[in-house]
Write a protein that binds this ligand. Sequence first.
Ligand SMILES: *[C@@H]1O[C@H](CO)[C@@H](O)[C@H](O)[C@H]1NC(C)=O
Ligand SMILES: *[C@@H]1O[C@H](CO)[C@@H](O)[C@H](O)[C@H]1NC(C)=O
Ligand SMILES: *[C@@H]1O[C@H](CO)[C@@H](O)[C@H](O)[C@H]1NC(C)=O
Ligand SMILES: *[C@@H]1O[C@H](CO)[C@@H](O)[C@H](O)[C@H]1NC(C)=O
Length: 216
Amino acid sequence: MFQFVLITVSCLALTNADIHVLFVPKSEEELLSFLGLNKSDVNEGCIDAWEYVERCYQATIEGEYHYPTQLDIYNASGILRAAGVLRNFSDCLGDSSCAANSIPIYVVDASIFIVENLFGDAYDCLSKSNIDGLYMSCAYQYNGTLSVDNLPHGFKEVSYCVADLLPCSHSDFLSFLAAVDAGVDLHNLWTNIESTLVEAIKNDVAYEAFDPEAYL
Ligand SMILES: *[C@@H]1O[C@H](CO)[C@@H](O)[C@H](O)[C@H]1NC(C)=O
Ligand SMILES: *[C@@H]1O[C@H](CO)[C@@H](O)[C@H](O)[C@H]1NC(C)=O
Ligand SMILES: *[C@@H]1O[C@H](CO)[C@@H](O)[C@H](O)[C@H]1NC(C)=O
Ligand SMILES: *[C@@H]1O[C@H](CO)[C@@H](O)[C@H](O)[C@H]1NC(C)=O
């Protein structure tokens, strides 16, 4: 189906082993060394909060999905159900007092939003549209040397071109664009995730909350 969905969905902790390691280093030492931080740089509450992430993961995701799990991206109801599990994870994390937990919460909330827009009401039409084919022809128009492998270079422009060609209703079109825009913002956070985490942990300042209204 759509390659780019794989890219955004692979941001989900459920499908990518590295993400689990990234979010939940096994020990305090691992966390500090991953972030290149010194113990004295870190608010003690955030070290405890990191363990809280692991507990939330176990309580919500691990109980539902025996790790490692590959989700079937052709099964929309299964994917939506996974988004429900992620919502429980996000709600659990929200109870923590560490500002840096705002970052995994943002990633999870953005992923849920993307999934719900692509696999909700719009799924029926999107899954029948040849999105990969449209994507390739739009990418070629945008930049003759750009291949799907070079995503997300020009991702937004190319996806807007795809949206205009979709044989779907206006509301499906809007869902698709909302998912694209949220995916671009998620990707931008993702590419700087390490430094963003370091800043949030050192300064104990929260990252912005994911705001679905911004994409409607
Ligand atoms: C850790 O912090 C201490 C005290 O600020 C400093 O002396 C030491 O060099 C730091 N170590 C690293 C690896 O940054
Ligand atoms: C799709 O996922 C749902 C929910 O996880 C599951 O009950 C159902 O059996 C799956 N359908 C197929 C065809 O795999
Ligand atoms: C989310 O948590 C609630 C309360 O524990 C539970 O009833 C529900 O089944 C969970 N949802 C999913 C999709 O796991
Ligand atoms: C076209 O895509 C290639 C590969 O991603 C990139 O190196 C190049 O700068 C792009 N050219 C333009 C005009 O955007």
